[in-house]
Structure formats: C-alpha cells, structure tokens
Design a protein around this ligand. Structure first.
Ligand SMILES: [Zn+2]
Length: 103
C-alpha cells in the first residue's frame, strides 16, 4: 500500500504548522510585511507575529538581514548621490536569497 501523503513530509508539516497556528504566518506573508516592519508601520499584533516568525525561521532572518542592508545602501545612495557605492552591495546575496527561497 502506498501513502501519497508521505511525499515531502517535512515540507507538509511546516506548511500545516504555519497555516494553523495562530501566531504563524507563511514566509510569503512575512515577506509582504517586511517593508512595513522596516518603516516601523506595523501594528503591535502584526509586529509580534512578525517577530515570532523571525525567531523560528532562519531563512527569513537571513532574508530580512539582506533586505535591510539593501535598503540602507539604497537610502545612502539616494540621500547622497555623490557617495560611492560601498563594495558590500549585497545584490548577489539578495539574488541568491531570492533564488533559494523559490525552491
Ligand atoms: Zn520564513
């Protein structure tokens, strides 16, 4: 007897957890909160949910760190167009993170 539900049990577990636990959001939802979070515009409840996801999800921690760096670099460049772009522009990192998250 075959059991179709055994396909990708870990992925399935994570999906179920994220869907059914009250403080859980999916990584996609997390992503959609990032901008508001960085702008400090998240209501307290959303912020708590966001922080919680950040605690349990290493991928999103890395993603947020990369995102934050990119925003900072972008802001600096915008505020002072004459400023040299730092060597550490994490564009490749962002691309790598985005690519990794699509799999
Ligand atoms: Zn996540």
């Amino acid at each position: 007897m075959t059991d179709g539900r055994r396909t990708g049990p870990m992925r399935w577990m994570k999906g179920m957890m994220l869907k059914h636990m009250p403080l859980m959001i999916t990584c996609a939802e997390f992503e959609s909160f990032i901008l508001a979070y960085l702008e400090d515009e998240l209501p307290a409840r959303e912020r708590a949910v966001f922080d919680f996801h950040l605690k349990i999800c290493r991928e999103c921690r890395d993603y947020l760190a990369a995102y934050r760096r990119t925003v900072e670099v972008g802001k600096k460049t915008f505020e002072d167009p004459a400023a040299a772009v730092p060597d550490a522009v994490p564009e490749d990192l962002i691309k790598a993170v985005l690519a990794a998250r699509r799999t």
